[in-house]
Design a protein around this ligand. Structure first.
Ligand code: HEC
Length: 110
């Protein structure tokens, strides 16, 4: 099969963006907001869940948040879901999310 200039550029585009994306992600500063957005599905938009089973995270005390996350991570605090979630995060990532969620108002957005 002969490749024309169009096919070659499509192939090239298929390879280079992936490399560019992984480089740009690793050079991003640690963002509590970016990490914290992954919690929104259960804890509500901007951490302001109105759900009675899943507690809101907005306006939470940062030290309390960080120690709860570490306790879920090491299994000393048992939850239904949070042990798995917490295992995904490093200390620095937990601290970044603690700062982020404590900075948000407790007001429910949903
Ligand atoms: C699939 C749903 C789900 C996701 C996603 C989720 N959580 Fe949770 N979270 C829960 C549930 C349910 C609880 C109650 C404890 C349990 O059963 O695990 C909880 C409890 C917590 C608590 C304890 C709050 C308190 O007042 O006791 C913290 C802190 C927390 N989650 C942080 C997070 C963070 C940070 C993320 C995102 C990185 C996250 N959660 C993602 C469902 C979720």
């Amino acid at each position: 099969m002969r490749l024309g200039i169009l096919e070659l550029s499509v192939l090239a585009l298929g390879v280079f963006p992936a490399q560019a994306i992984s480089q740009s992600l690793s050079s991003q500063p640690l963002s509590g907001a970016m990490l914290g957005n992954t919690c929104a599905g259960c804890h509500g938009t901007l951490g302001a869940s109105k759900n009675e089973i899943i507690p809101p995270l907005a306006g939470t005390d940062p030290a309390q948040f960080a120690s709860t996350m570490r306790a879920y991570r090491d299994g000393s605090l048992k939850g239904t879901i949070m042990n798995r979630v917490a295992r995904a995060f490093s200390d620095a990532e937990i601290d970044a999310m603690a700062a982020y969620f404590s900075s948000l108002p407790k007001k429910a957005y949903e």
